[in-house]
Design a protein around this ligand. Structure first.
Ligand SMILES: Nc1ncnc2c1ncn2[C@@H]1O[C@H](COP(=O)(O)OP(=O)(O)OP(=O)(O)O)[C@@H](O)[C@H]1O
Ligand SMILES: [Mg+2]
Length: 73
């Protein structure tokens, strides 16, 4: 079952593009590692997924009953 879909998510800070057109699906029972160098935008993308931060363009949809827990590093 599809829980979360992100399509073409783009995020900039101060006019500088951090990432663009990021697309992904999260299905139930998925186990996902989030890998990238320091400053790549992992925490930013996670904050977008949990609704703590806005994104500039693209689309993010979550299943109606999906609850997301987040433990900050
Ligand atoms: N609120 C903000 N305002 C401006 N720039 C920000 C903000 N949050 C993050 N950034 C910048 O965006 C970039 C990505 O930051 P982020 O914390 O998402 O990276 P990360 O991949 O989680 O890094 P790390 O591996 O160190 O945890 C960095 O250059 C950071 O300085
Ligand atoms: Mg981080």
């Amino acid at each position: 079952m599809l829980l979360i879909n992100g399509t073409n998510i783009t995020k900039s800070f101060s006019g500088e593009v951090l990432f663009e057109n990021v697309s992904f699906n999260v299905y139930d029972k998925d186990k996902i590692g989030f890998v990238g160098i320091n400053g790549a935008g992992k925490s930013t993308l996670f904050k977008i997924i949990i609704g703590m931060m806005d994104y500039d363009s693209g689309n993010l949809s979550k299943g109606r009953d999906v609850k997301i827990g987040y433990l900050e590093q």
